[in-house]
Design a protein around this ligand. Structure first.
Ligand SMILES: *Cc1c(COP(=O)(O)O)cnc(C)c1O
Length: 416
C-alpha cells in the first residue's frame, strides 16, 4: 500500500454523520448546522451522530491507513467540509511510559499521554481547532472567552488563522507566557481582577451587548467534540483495548466528558466492547468542587470559594458541565481525588529528575493522585494506568538556577 499524502485528512472530502444535538440534561433535541450555545435549560448541548452510518462507512483498516493526526477521525467529527478545517498540525500525541517511576512504586504499567505536543502546547488545541472550524463554517466573525491561559492561546491561534476576531479575559495572575502568546497570536487579551468564572460573566454580558460568540468551556457544543479525540486516539493506540484507569486533571471537565462520550461512540460503531476505564477526576486541594460533590453524592458541584493552586489550568471554581463530570466518574466506577500543591510540586520534580519528563503542574497532579490512589488501594499495582499531561511543562514558571562557572579561574575538576 502506498502511504497517503501528509495532508490527506485535511484535503479528502469524507462523509459526515451529525444528525442533531441534544441537551445533556433534558434530552431536548436541537437541529444541526446552526449556531448554538447552551440549551434552553442552560445546560451543555451534545452533538449526536448517525452511528450506524459511521459503522458502515469506517473500518479499523481504513483508519490505519490515514495520516496520524486528529482529523483522521473525521466521520466522528462535526466539520462538514474540508475547506472549513483550520489546522495547525494536530498530531496524534504519544503514550510515553514512565518505567522507572512505575518500578519504584511496584506498579506494572504507567503511561502518560503527552498533550504538550499539540499546537500552542496544550490539549486546548483539540477543542479549539474544532470550535473555530465550526465557527468558520457558520460565518462567525468575533469570538470571546474566559481562560486560565491555554484555552485563550489556542483560540487566538486558530481564530487568527481563520480570520476571526477574538477577545480574551484571564485572571490577573495567569502565567505570563499565556498572556503573551494570546496577544501575540492576534487576540486582544485583558487581565481581570478575578477568577475564570468572573471572566466568564463578562463574556456572557458582552454576548448580549457586543454580539460576540461565547466560546467558554461547554457553552458551545464543539470543543467537547475536539477533546473527544483523546479517547479515540487512546483506544486506537492501545489496540482498541482501553486502559484500566485514567487520571484526568479536571477543570471544566471537557476532556473527561469528551472521552466518556468517545468510548460510547466507539462501542456503538463496533470498534470496542463494553469494557471501560475507571475515570478519575483529579483536582487540586485548593480548588476541588468535584471532589466535594463526589464525596457528598451530589449531582451538582457548587462554587468553590477562594480557589487557589499552582495548577492554574484546573483552578475552575464552578463548572457548567459538573453533572456530566460526576456522571462519567460514577458510571465508570471511578472517583474524584484532591492533591495538595506540595504533592503536585514534588511529583513534577520527581518525574523531571528521574524520567526526564517535564510535566505541567496539572499533569503532575495526576501523577501525585496516582501515587495516592496506589497507596490507599483504590488502584491496583497490576492495573494499566494512563495519566494526562495536558500541556508542555515549558509553559510554566520554572525554578531559577544560580550556579555559575568562572572560566578565568582554575576549574575544580573533582567537584563535578
Ligand atoms: C484546561 C486545562 C485543564 C483542564 O481541562 P478540562 O478538560 O477543561 O477539565 C488541565 N490542564 C491544563 C494544562 C489545562 O490547560
Amino acid at each position: 500500500m502506498t502511504s497517503p499524502r501528509f495532508d490527506a485528512n485535511l484535503t479528502t472530502e469524507r462523509p459526515t454523520f451529525v444528525t442533531h444535538l441534544d441537551c445533556a440534561y433534558t434530552g431536548e433535541r436541537y437541529e444541526a448546522d446552526t449556531v448554538h450555545n447552551l440549551s434552553r435549560a442552560g445546560k451543555p448541548l451534545l452533538v449526536r451522530y448517525d452511528l450506524d452510518g459511521v459503522r458502515r462507512a469506517l473500518t479499523k483498516e481504513a483508519l490505519a491507513g490515514r495520516p496520524q493526526d486528529l482529523w483522521r477521525y473525521r466521520e466522528l467529527l462535526p466539520v462538514r467540509r474540508v475547506e472549513d478545517i483550520v489546522s495547525l498540525g494536530e498530531a496524534v500525541t504519544p503514550l510515553v511510559p514512565l518505567p522507572k517511576l512505575a518500578a519504584k512504586l511496584g506498579a506494572s504499567e504507567l503511561l502518560v499521554k503527552d498533550e504538550g505536543r499539540l499546537p500552542t502546547g496544550s490539549f486546548k488545541a483539540r477543542g479549539l481547532v474544532m470550535a473555530v472550524s465550526m465557527a468558520k463554517e457558520f460565518g462567525i466573525t468575533h469570538m470571546a472567552m474566559p481562560t486560565n491561559g491555554n484555552a485563550g492561546a489556542a483560540l487566538a491561534a486558530y481564530a487568527s488563522r481563520a480570520g476571526i476576531r477574538t477577545t480574551v479575559f484571564c485572571p490577573a495572575d495567569t502565567p505570563e507566557v499565556n498572556v503573551s502568546e494570546i496577544e501575540l497570536q492576534g487576540a486582544t487579551v485583558y487581565r481581570v481582577n478575578g477568577l475564570i468564572d468572573d471572566c466568564g460573566k463578562i463574556v456572557g454580558e458582552g454576548k448580549a451587548k457586543v454580539g460576540w460568540f461565547d466560546v467558554s468551556t461547554l457553552k458551545e457544543p464543539y470543543r467537547i467534540e475536539g477533546k473527544k479525540t483523546m479517547g479515540l486516539e487512546l483506544a486506537e493506540q492501545l489496540g482498541w483495548e482501553l486502559p484500566d484507569v485514567i487520571f484526568y486533571p479536571t477543570g471544566g471537565g471537557t476532556g473527561l466528558i469528551g472521552m466518556w462520550k468517545a468510548f460510547a461512540e466507539l462501542e456503538a460503531i463496533g470498534f470496542i466492547g463494553s469494557k471501560r476505564p475507571r475515570m478519575v477526576a483529579v483536582q487540586a486541594a485548593g480548588c476541588a468542587p468535584m471532589v466535594r460533590a463526589w464525596e457528598a453524592g451530589e449531582e451538582h458541584a457548587p462554587r468553590w470559594e477562594d480557589a487557589h493552586t499552582i495548577a492554574s489550568g484546573i483552578r475552575v471554581p464552578q463548572a457548567v458541565g459538573d453533572f456530566l463530570i460526576l456522571r462519567a466518574v460514577r458510571e465508570s466506577g471511578g472517583f474524584a481525588i484532591a492533591v495538595e500543591d506540595a504533592a503536585i510540586q514534588a511529583a513534577l520534580d520527581e518525574a523531571a529528575r528521574e524520567e526526564g519528563f517535564l510535566l505541567c503542574p496539572e499533569g503532575a497532579a495526576t501523577y501525585a493522585a496516582y501515587k495516592q490512589a496506589l497507596a490507599d488501594g483504590r488502584v491496583g499495582r497490576h492495573e494499566r494506568a494512563v495519566l494526562f499531561n495536558c500541556a508542555t511543562g515549558l509553559k510554566y514558571p520554572l525554578p531559577p538556577v544560580h550556579r555559575t562557572l568562572d572560566r578565568h579561574q582554575p576549574i575544580d575538576w573533582e567537584g563535578f
